[in-house]
Design a protein around this ligand. Structure first.
Ligand code: DOR
Ligand code: ZN
Length: 345
């Protein structure tokens, strides 16, 4: 009998579904594993209002395979023009679960993002007042700041002052990639949490550049040095309730990645749980996987935990070289590798 691990059904607290045929191709991968997912709003054009979020939610629901229980949790994309009352209405009505801060220009489809957090102070005050969480892409965008330093500089220049000004605001520091981010989250109060992706637990920056340039290992924030990966593994598996699962699964078609200006994003949805549980196994922390995957996120978002369970088994699974992505094929994270755990059907 293979070793097994049964946990409450997990949620993905950060991912990208896109829209149209791509969305229809990728939603089933997430719905297979997760009960809920926080869906990023960086479509083109972005999901900036409650009304747009409602329409997008309906399109996602239509792409969930029949008989599968999956709930998308929607976010609104903050801009310099966001109307606080619209966010509040969307939150109270249950259309919106959180709002997303993209510093303008930080990543894919972020051109309409916030140019200076000072411009949305009244929005953030409203969110703090009603308990609406803020999801943060934590990188500065200034040309003079080295791309490997952008997260650490964001903490000093933007996040730490923001948390000090609005301590009651619930902030999710998303897809953290550095020791500095772990230190910041550990040293902050209970309103500050972080998500960690599978790729940042598995790879350091060598994976992108050694032996040739590997566009399918490129995402933002970009993977950092090994010391940072080790800090992230310690944070994820260390038992702190401040860290939870957020894949940042970000599908881009093969040709858009293998390009002279390849897109940022790693499509990890097909084997996300398998990827994470491998890390917890390697760190001898399987007993802490359920909290990271299924308990800490709902607790931070003040949502109920899922009642159903999933079982993972220590049986190897082969990750295909590419998968269907709607209009074109997509290369998944771990393509061509064999993982040592799989989700039992
Ligand atoms: O690598 C990334 N891809 N990072 C992001 O922040 C956005 C995402 C995307 O939408 O492709
Ligand atoms: Zn993302």
């Amino acid at each position: 009998m293979p070793q097994t691990l049964t946990i409450r059904r997990p949620d993905d607290w950060h991912l990208h579904f896109r829209d149209g045929a791509t969305m229809e191709a990728v939603v089933p991968h997430t719905a297979r594993q997760f009960a809920r997912a926080i869906v990023m709003p960086n479509l083109s054009p972005p999901v900036t209002t409650s009304a747009l979020a409602r329409e997008y939610r309906d399109r996602i629901n239509a792409a969930v395979p029949a008989g599968v229980d999956f709930t998308p949790l929607m976010t609104a994309y903050l801009t310099d023009e966001t109307v606080p009352a619209d966010l509040a209405t969307g939150y109270v009505e249950g259309v919106l679960t959180a709002a997303k801060l993209y510093p303008a220009g930080a990543t894919t489809n972020s051109a309409h993002g916030v140019t200076d957090v000072a411009n949305i102070e009244h929005v953030l005050e409203k969110m703090a007042e009603i308990g609406m969480p803020l999801c943060v892409h934590g990188e500065v965008t200034h040309a003079e700041i080295d791309i490997f330093d952008r997260e650490a500089v964001f903490i000093d220049r933007v996040l730490a002052p923001l948390v000090q000004r609005l301590p009651e605001l619930k902030v999710i520091f998303e897809h953290i990639t550095t020791r500095q981010a772990v230190e910041f989250v550990d040293g902050s109060g209970p309103n500050i949490a972080a998500t960690i992706t599978p790729q940042h637990l598995h790879i350091n920056r060598n994976a992108i550049l050694v032996g040739g340039i590997r566009p399918h290992m490129f995402c933002l924030p970009v993977a950092k040095r090994e010391e940072h990966r080790l800090a992230l593994r310690k944070a994820a598996t260390g038992g702190s309730a401040k860290y939870f699962l957020g894949t940042d699964s970000a599908p881009h078609h093969r040709h858009a990645k293998e390009s002279d200006c390849g897109c940022a994003g790693i499509f990890n949805a097909p084997f996300a749980l398998e990827s994470y549980v491998t890390v917890f196994d390697e760190e001898h922390a399987l007993d802490r996987f359920e909290a990271f995957a299924s308990l800490n996120g709902p607790a931070f978002y003040s949502l109920p935990v899922n009642e159903e369970t999933v079982t993972l088994e220590k049986v190897s699974v082969e990750v295909p070289d590419e998968v269907d992505g709607g209009e074109a094929r997509i290369v998944p994270f771990h393509a061509g590798e064999t993982l040592s755990w799989r989700l039992a059907s």
